[in-house]
Design a protein around this ligand. Structure first.
Ligand SMILES: O=C(O)CCC(=O)C(=O)O
Ligand SMILES: [Fe+2]
Length: 287
């Protein structure tokens, strides 16, 4: 008897963009899924050149401060010579705006978050172009264990799904994401103890997760090995979807000349913040 497996590729957790059921099943069970074939090579080439141009303009001081920040980087002095980030990049790169508002992407996200989702361009830094190269000029190369919810645990904007559009493929050579499959199901505490000793406000919810079940062990503060963790390797053009409660961290490249560049933003399904509501950001992960 012939068994047809529709749309499932040979790598675990990687799905063709048309395989809505596969994506939903895997994401709900594990907290993430990699979508392949959503955007053309031509579209990725346009995004790359528009983002590199924006990055050059940030370093040259050609763009308002809104687009370049030192919020996430380990040594703000390095931001004078190199830009690891371009924030709100949809405003200066039309091809990125097109991709993140694409109907097919939205169709997938609605399966995960419901129909009432909204684009997170008004919280945190909107869609961010991130260049995590390891060279000496770079102020961002890696990030320790965290869930994205932990950065804004007082806000009612959750749940959310983040998308990562991979401009460079990822590997041990240029760095990659580590995740703990299924950890989005745990009610992970707000980072009352964090490696940067940042105070967490009293208004923070005590824990955030897709269920009320506490984690089986505490989230490590930095880069420790976690039981059950896996590497997520992406190809150029892949779109990673990950849940706001998923435990994840990113490793540094082992090749000093490699680049790891991607675009990241989120869609939310909780309450929209009012314009006067300051966006909360707690730097809770080791860099
Ligand atoms: O470098 C990466 O790919 C991970 C970044 C990340 O998790 C974050 O900025 O929240
Ligand atoms: Fe993150």
């Amino acid at each position: 008897m012939e068994v047809a497996i529709v749309g499932v590729l040979d790598e675990s957790g990687v799905f063709d963009a048309s395989d809505l059921n596969g994506i939903r099943w895997y994401y709900q069970m594990h907290g993430y899924a990699v979508v392949r074939g959503l955007f053309s090579d031509g579209h990725f080439a346009r995004m790359e050149s528009e983002c590199v141009a924006a990055q050059t303009r940030v370093v040259a001081g050609d763009l308002p401060e809104r687009y370049g920040s030192t919020k996430y980087i380990d040594d703000p002095a390095k931001a004078e010579k190199f830009a690891n980030y371009v924030e709100h990049v949809t405003e200066v790169a039309p091809s990125v705006h097109e991709a993140v508002t694409d109907e097919k992407l939205l169709g997938i996200l609605k399966q995960l978050l419901g129909d009432d989702l909204w684009f997170g361009d008004i919280v945190q830094s909107g869609v961010v172009y991130q260049d995590a190269r390891p060279g000496r000029e770079s102020g961002y190369t890696r990030i320790g264990w965290h869930s994205d919810w932990q950065a804004s645990p007082s806000m009612d904007i959750w749940p959310a799904t983040s998308f990562t559009l991979h401009i460079d493929e990822t590997s041990p050579c240029n760095g990659f994401l580590r995740v703990v499959p299924g950890s989005h199901l745990w009610a992970t505490p707000a980072p009352y103890r964090n490696v940067n000793n940042i105070a967490v406000p009293d208004t923070a919810r005590p824990a955030g997760g897709r269920t009320l079940t506490p984690p089986p062990f505490p989230m490590p503060l930095a880069f420790e090995k976690v039981r059950g963790e896996v590497a997520v390797y992406a190809e150029r053009g892949d779109v990673l979807l990950h849940d706001c409660y998923l435990w994840h961290s990113a490793t540094r490249a082992t090749d000093d000349h490699a680049t790891r560049r991607h675009l990241r933003g989120s869609y939310f399904a909780g309450a929209k913040p009012t314009p006067e509501h300051e966006s909360e950001f707690i730097k809770n992960a080791a860099r």
